[in-house]
Design a protein around this ligand. Sequence first.
Ligand SMILES: NC(=O)c1ccc[n+]([C@@H]2O[C@H](COP(=O)([O-])OP(=O)(O)OC[C@H]3O[C@@H](n4cnc5c(N)ncnc54)[C@H](OP(=O)(O)O)[C@@H]3O)[C@@H](O)[C@H]2O)c1
Length: 262
Amino acid sequence: MERRHVAVVTGANRGLGRAVAKALAERGYRVVGTVRDPATGAAMRDRFAADGLSFDAVAVDVTAPDAGARLAAAVPEGLDVLVNNAAVTFDGFDLGVVDRTLAANWYGAAAVVEALLPALREGGRVVNVSSGMADEASLPAALRAHFHDAAPERAGIDALVSAFRDGVAASGEPPEGWPRSAYRVSKLALNAFTRHVARAVADDPRGLRVNAVCPGWCRTGMGGPAAPRSVAQGTASILWGTEVPVGGPSGGFFRDGRAAQW
Ligand SMILES: NC(=O)c1ccc[n+]([C@@H]2O[C@H](COP(=O)([O-])OP(=O)(O)OC[C@H]3O[C@@H](n4cnc5c(N)ncnc54)[C@H](OP(=O)(O)O)[C@@H]3O)[C@@H](O)[C@H]2O)c1
């Protein structure tokens, strides 16, 4: 009998994460999704089951120190796809916004990838849901060089993120040349991390593929009702990353299956 594919989707209870979870379940995956509210998770599991779809909710906040371990424990058989989707954005700019944004979008996202990487099975795919807001081209050359040309590893990315955070802590404003957006910095870090992880697993015999994708500006809680793209369009852009073929791209950034500008 063919082995059942397993997918983990963070932020699965609404928006793009929920649509991705449903699409993967419809493709036959056993989907394990983070849903912070247990009652919502149970209701979602029942609704999926009523449609004959497999969904298991884990009440995990990706900022919790044990988030990765709890997700890994929820997929004892291993996994084939990780959609690293959970993220936040806030109005305003101050140290609180910076810390809450970085906790979920950078530190939480990176920890989930690191915890689940060993559990990925042959042909496994990691899809980091990023954003066109992580536009390196609009950064000053020196900063762009730190994020991109220097090809930082995890510690180097953490150091960059800390420099941003420390600047805000000192003056209330970002250091010179940095964007005045914790969300942008978090996704810049996630993109640099995508390249780092792809390099790190390049010779892994499992043939893993690790990419960042941008869903585009979509009509979700985060994107708001004025966004030009539907949830279906954003979902398709994310799902593309789960279907990268054997030997396909790794360490790239894609929108709608086409290379996007870093
Ligand atoms: N929508 C857009 O226009 C757009 C554009 C570019 C990129 N993106 C990216 O696409 C992804 C999905 O966005 P979306 O529009 O679907 O956002 P959304 O509707 O705001 O949904 C965000 C999801 O992330 C979850 N989440 C947030 N913080 C979490 C935490 N600490 N632990 C666990 N789950 C957490 C939320 O759970 P709760 O319900 O518990 O809060 C929710 O399920 C994000 O990575 C976002 O940056 C979106």
